[in-house]
Ligand binder design. Structure first.
Ligand code: ATP
Ligand code: MG
Length: 294
C-alpha cells in the first residue's frame, strides 16, 4: 500500500491532540437538546432513546450534560446501581464516521448487502454503521473490563442481545461522582510526582491493551480519565486488532499521541522509546481478570 496514501488516511482520522483545537468552534450538528431528554414524567420525554433506556430499567433519568464531542455527547444519568455515563451518539446524518473504513479494514463484515449499504452511506447503511459502532464499543468494554483493565464497567450486556437494544447509546459506570465527574488527563494540573505516576500508568495501560492484541487507535490524555490517582482508559469504538493491516502504524501513532499529549505535564519521552517500553511490558504478566458475578 502506498505509504503517502496511508499517512493521509491516518491524518484524516484526526486524533492528534494539536489538531483538535481547530474543531472547537465548529457548529455541532445532530445535537440533542437537553430539554428533550428530561421530564418529571418519563412518558413525556421527547427523545425515543432515553425513553427506551428508562422503560428497560437501565436508567431512571438524565441528570446533566457532561460533554459534547464530535461523534457523541456524554450525559450523567442515574441508574439502579448508581451513576451512569450515557454516551449518546449523534443523529445518523450528522455523523462523519471519521475514517471508519481504515478501522474496519481487516474486519469481516460478513454480508455483501450490508457492506454495500454501508459503503453507499444510505440511511440503512448508516443505521448499520451506527449499530456496529455501538456494538464495537460495548464488546471492547466488556472484553477489557473482564480482562481486569482500568476501563469503566459496561452497564448493559455482556450479551449483544441486551446491549444492541440501547443503540445509539452506550451505558457505562460514571467515573467520579455525579457532582464531580472525573476529569480527563488533558484537563488537569498534576504535580511532578502525579505526572510520573499518570505517565507510567498510561504506558502500562497501552501495554495491557497490546497484550490482548489491541491498539486503542486514539490514545492520548484526551481519552484518559484521572480519578483518585488512577488512570482510566475510555473511548473504544476504534480499537483495532492485529488483523488490521495498519496495526503497527496505529500503535506507533498512539505512542506518539501519548508522548505529545503528556508534554504539558512535563514528561519528556519519544514515541520509539515509549513503544519499546509498551512492547516490553506487554510481555509481562497482565492484571488479574475480574470475576463476573452471576
Ligand atoms: N465512564 C466515564 N466516566 C466519566 N466521564 C466519562 C466517561 N466516559 C466518557 N466520559 C467523558 O465524556 C467525554 C466523551 O467521551 P468519549 O471520549 O468516549 O467520546 P467522544 O465522542 O470520543 O468524545 P470526544 O470527541 O470529545 O473524544 C470524555 O472526554 C469524558 O470527559
Ligand atoms: Mg474521546
Amino acid at each position: 500500500m502506498n505509504a503517502r496514501w496511508l499517512d493521509a488516511e491516518l491524518e484524516g482520522a484526526d486524533t492528534s491532540p494539536e489538531r483538535r483545537g481547530k474543531f472547537k468552534k465548529k457548529k455541532l450538528l445532530g445535537r440533542r437538546k437537553l430539554e428533550d431528554l428530561v421530564a418529571e414524567d418519563p412518558d413525556q420525554i421527547a427523545d425515543d432513546t432515553i425513553r427506551r433506556l428508562i422503560d428497560r430499567g437501565h436508567i431512571t433519568g438524565i441528570v446533566a450534560e457532561l460533554k459534547s464531542g464530535k461523534e457523541a455527547t456524554a450525559y450523567v444519568a442515574r441508574g439502579p446501581r448508581g451513576s451512569v455515563l450515557v454516551k449518546l451518539y449523534r443523529e445518523l446524518e450528522a455523523r462523519s464516521f471519521k475514517n471508519d473504513a481504515i478501522y474496519r479494514e481487516g474486519q469481516w463484515i460478513g454480508d455483501v448487502r450490508a457492506e454495500r449499504a454501508m459503503q453507499g452511506r444510505s440511511r440503512r447503511g448508516l443505521e448499520m454503521l451506527q449499530g456496529m459502532w455501538v456494538s464495537a464499543e460495548y464488546a471492547h468494554l466488556w472484553t477489557l473490563w473482564q480482562a481486569g483493565l482500568s476501563v469503566p464497567e459496561p452497564l448493559v450486556g455482556p450479551s449483544p442481545f441486551d446491549y444492541e437494544a440501547t443503540t445509539p447509546a452506550v451505558l457505562m459506570r460514571l467515573i467520579g461522582s455525579e457532582d464531580q465527574p472525573a476529569p480527563r488527563l488533558s484537563d488537569v494540573r498534576l504535580t511532578p510526582e502525579e505526572a510520573r505516576s499518570a505517565w507510567h500508568q498510561s504506558v502500562r495501560g497501552m501495554a495491557d491493551l497490546l497484550r490482548l492484541g489491541y491498539a486503542h487507535g486514539d490514545y492520548s490524555t484526551y481519552n484518559l480519565l484521572w480519578w483518585e490517582n488512577t488512570v482510566i482508559i475510555i473511548d473504544f469504538p476504534q480499537l483495532t486488532t492485529r488483523q488490521n493491516p495498519h496495526f503497527t502504524q496505529l500503535l506507533r501513532r498512539d505512542a506518539q499521541s501519548l508522548v505529545t499529549s503528556f508534554r504539558k505535564h512535563g514528561i519528556q519521552s519519544d514515541a520509539e522509546t515509549t513503544l519499546r517500553e509498551v512492547q516490553r511490558l506487554a510481555r509481562e504478566r497482565g492484571p488479574e481478570p475480574r470475576v463476573m458475578l452471576p
